[in-house]
Design a protein around this ligand. Sequence first.
Ligand code: NAD
Length: 356
Amino acid sequence: MNKSIAVIRGDGIGPEIVGQAMGVLDAVAAKYGHSFSYKEAPMGGNAIDAFGVPLPEESLKTCMESDSVLLGAVGGPKWDAQPSANRPERGLLKLRGAMGLYTNVRPARMFADLSAACPLRADIAAKGIDFVVVRELIGGVYFGSHATETVDGEQKATDIMAYTEHEIRRVAHVAFQMAQKRRGRVTSVDKANVLDTSRLWRRVVGEVASEYPDVELLHMYVDNAAMQIVRDPSQFDVIVTENLFGDILSDEASQITGSIGMIPSSSMGEGKRGLYEPIHGSAPDIAGQDKANPIGTILAAAMMLRYSFDMAAEADAVEAAVDAVLKEGYRCGDILQSGGTLVGCCEMGRLIRAHI
Ligand code: NAD
C-alpha cells in the first residue's frame, strides 16, 4: 500500500521523537512491502517564528490532503508571551477543528514490565490498568467564545461551554462501538448535578446506549471519576466524556500507568484520516539532549497503522517490538528503574526498529 503522511514535528522534543517514529514506520514499510511518503507541515512555535502564525494555510492543506497526520508536540516558554489567539496551541485547536476530529482516544494501559513505575499502591496496581478514555475534542468550553472585559473597575473573564445533541451523539457511538470490541462497559462522565451541558450529555448518551444492548452503561460525576481512577482503575473499560473533563482525566489516567512518555493518542472524525500524537507536551526541559522517550510517538504511529491504514498485523508488530525492548530492560530516563539499562531517544528508536 502507498500512504501519504503529513508530518508535524513541532517544538521542543517534537522533532526528536517524530524522527524515531518515522524510522519505525520505514522499518514497517520495508518489512511488509508498503510505501509511506512524508510531507512536512510546520505548526506551533516554529511556525510562528517562520511564518508569523501557528498553523500556516500550506500546513493545513498538507494535512487535509494526506492519508493521515503524525504530530510530535507544540509549544514552549519562548512563545508564552504570544497573544492567546496566536499561541502554538491555537494551531492545534484550529487543525482539530478544520479536520473535524471530534473524537480523541487515549489508551491507559500499564505495561507489565513497568508496573514498578506505577505510582499507585501495589495491591491496586496488581489488579491491572487497561482502559480507554474517549474524549469529545471539538466542542465544549475549549471551542466556546472567550472574553476578558473590565466590569466595575476589575477584570472579568468568561468562557462559554456549549454542546449540541449531535456533538454528543457521534462521540457516544464511538465509545459504545469501542466497548463492543473490548469488555463491554462504558462509563459516561459528567457533572449533571450542576451543569446543563452535562444533563444534555447524560440524556443523549442514554439514548445512544439503547442501540447497544450488549454494552453496559454507567453514569459517573467527574469528581467521583477522578477519585475512582486512582482508587480502583480496574473497574473501567471505556470512559466517554466531554472535552474539558476528558483533558484532565486522560492526563490522570496516563500518569497512573507509569510515564507520560509512553502513551499515544488518536484523534479522528468521519472517515479514516486521523491525527496521531503522544499525549505529552514538548518537554522543553529535556529538548535537544537525546533524553526524550519516543515510545508514546511510536505507539501513536502504531495506532495510525491500525485505525487509518487498516494494517493490524503491522500495528501488532510495532507494539510487540516495544514490549520486547522493555522486556530486555532498556529504559529511557523517565521510566528508568534500578536494574534497567538507560538509553537515549535515538537508541530506543533503533532497538525498536531492530525488533520489527
Ligand atoms: P510536558 O508533557 O511537555 O512535560 C511534563 C514533564 O514530563 C516534563 O518534565 C518533561 O520532561 C516530561 N516528559 C514529557 N514527555 C516526555 C518524554 N517523551 N520523555 C521523557 N520525559 C517527558 O508538559 P508541560 O511541561 O506542561 O508543557 C510543555 C509545553 O508543551 C507547553 O508549552 C505546553 O503548552 C505544551 N503542550 C503541548 C501539547 C501538544 O502539543 N499536544 C500537549 C501538552 C502540552
